[in-house]
Write a protein that binds this ligand. Structure first.
Ligand SMILES: NC(=O)c1ccc[n+]([C@@H]2O[C@H](COP(=O)([O-])OP(=O)(O)OC[C@H]3O[C@@H](n4cnc5c(N)ncnc54)[C@H](O)[C@@H]3O)[C@@H](O)[C@H]2O)c1
Length: 418
């Protein structure tokens, strides 16, 4: 994955005539630490887990990125995700570089006490690698609030400082920020609403299908529904529901809380069950993938009908499918822009921890709105001016900022006097 990302970067640097020094720096991660965590299991045995943390590039500030617990985590995945975080933070104009971490584990197989030991062991192993001015961690797949609280608690114990600014996504009672829960969804919602006129979208008529009804999918559905968009389909890991007359996200969530899933929830008309594959292929105005990576590939891209795809998940469209969809005229609002609201509000948590002054929800939301609208506009303008896709435009936007910070320290041109 990293080789592919690197090749795309090389082409972008050449096309934009970015100084070769910039590519030389960005083609490899700055540092990656690999460790083996040895955990005492509840039955008294010892088990080893591979773990990584990568600081890809820190020219724009300390590296920032989540830590995931997943059985498929690998070094290549961590370094590629850290590469993407470098660009996402630059697109959102945050004073951060990109980082990522992970543990190769199926956390569902661990007891709560084993999970706590693993979370604390991760911090112990990486305590001198991370830091509020060095590398700032955050939640990711299967590292929820309690895992982050254990990690923050362990870091506080190691450093002797009660408020661990090296970790964001903390519970509010532990120095977290208001407005983080729906920040990712709200960011994508702001981006879409900002583009409404340009995309010729009328909320009173537009239909939306959302894959995934977790944190991001649910809040996206709620925000768009409140503004008049008709949510015609939502899904979870067990399947999807479709109602051409529309679904009420609050009612679907109520059903999910009582029944453990969305299947069986009723909308305004004749609601029926469909598969997740069918949801992706629905004839609607906006498709919002908000579940997993690699959901749209060359195997199904020619059946995608939605004119606009708002990528709330990370990497839901493969590069090959992305090229096919773009050529076919679909507008894809790319992940590094669409879901950057989460890291934008995480930055505010870090700011509040450092200043000791805590913001209210409206201030957090105002800041998010300004950031998302400004950066969405900048990406949209590049998309039009350079006649490139929104994804390419987002990468160009981020790359220019990163390149500026590399070039500010002097390039070959400066040192050789040419
Ligand atoms: N939460 C954030 O702040 C944040 C930030 C940036 C990116 N993201 C990305 O957004 C996506 C969703 O994150 P989340 O926080 O909402 O996760 P979540 O775990 O809260 O929700 C995921 C949802 O996807 C559903 N799902 C799982 N497998 C599915 C499948 N095969 N088909 C359809 N649905 C399926 C789950 O049932 C669940 O409803 C992820 O790709 C994540 O990386 C999240």
């Amino acid at each position: 994955m990293l080789d592919k990302a690197r090749e795309n970067l090389r082409l972008a640097c050449e096309q934009l005539k970015i100084h070769p020094d910039v590519f030389e720096e960005l083609k490899s991660p700055r540092e990656t630490l690999a460790v083996t965590l040895l955990i005492r299991m509840d039955n008294g045995s010892r088990r080893a887990f591979k773990a990584w943390r990568c600081r890809y590039n820190d020219r724009r500030g300390p590296t920032k990125g989540g830590v995931r617990f997943h059985p498929n985590v690998s070094l290549d995945e961590i370094e590629t995700l850290a590469f993407w975080m470098t660009f996402k933070c630059a697109v959102a104009n945050l004073p951060f570089g990109g980082g990522k971490g992970g543990v190769c584990v199926n956390s569902k197989e661990l007891s709560p006490t084993e999970l706590e030991r693993l979370s604390r062991a991760y911090i112990e192993a990486f305590s001198s690698f991370i830091g509020p001015d060095r590398d700032i961690m955050a939640p990711d797949m299967y590292t929820n609030g309690i895992v982050i609280a254990w990690m923050a608690d362990e870091y506080a114990a190691i450093t002797g400082e009660p408020l661990p600014m090296a970790i964001t996504g903390k519970p509010i009672a532990f120095g977290g920020t208001v407005g983080r829960t729906d920040a990712t969804a709200r960011g994508g919602y702001i981006a879409l609403r900002h583009l409404e006129a340009s995309l010729n979208l009328d909320p009173a008529k537009a239909t939306v299908a959302i894959q995934g009804f977790g944190n991001v999918g649910y809040h996206c559905a709620k925000l768009l529904h409140a503004d008049g968009y008709r949510i015609v389909a939502v899904s979870d890991s067990r399947g999807a529901i479709y109602d051409p007359d529309g679904l009420d996200p609050l009612a679907v969530m109520e059903h999910k809380l009582h029944n453990g899933g969305i299947l069986g929830a009723k909308g305004h008309g004749e609601t029926r069950e469909i598969s997740n594959a069918e949801l992706l292929e629905l004839d609607c105005d906006v498709l919002v993938p908000a579940a997993l990576e690699r959901q749209i590939t060359l195997a199904n891209s020619d059946r995608i009908k939605a004119r606009i795809i708002l990528e709330m998940a990370n990497g839901p469209i493969t590069p090959e499918a992305d090229a096919a969809l773009t050529a076919a005229g679909h507008i894809i609002v790319p992940d590094i822009l669409a879901n950057s609201g989460g890291v934008t509000v995480s930055h505010l948590e870090w700011v509040q921890n450092r200043s000791g002054f805590y913001w209210d929800n409206s201030r957090v939301r105002d800041h998010l709105k300004t950031t998302m609208s400004t950066e969405t506009q900048a990406v949209w303008a590049l998309h039009n001016d350079m006649d490139i896709s929104m994804r390419e435009a987002a990468y160009v936007h981020g790359l220019r900022r990163i390149a500026d910070s590399v070039e500010a320290r002097g390039t070959q041109a400066y040192f050789s006097g040419t």
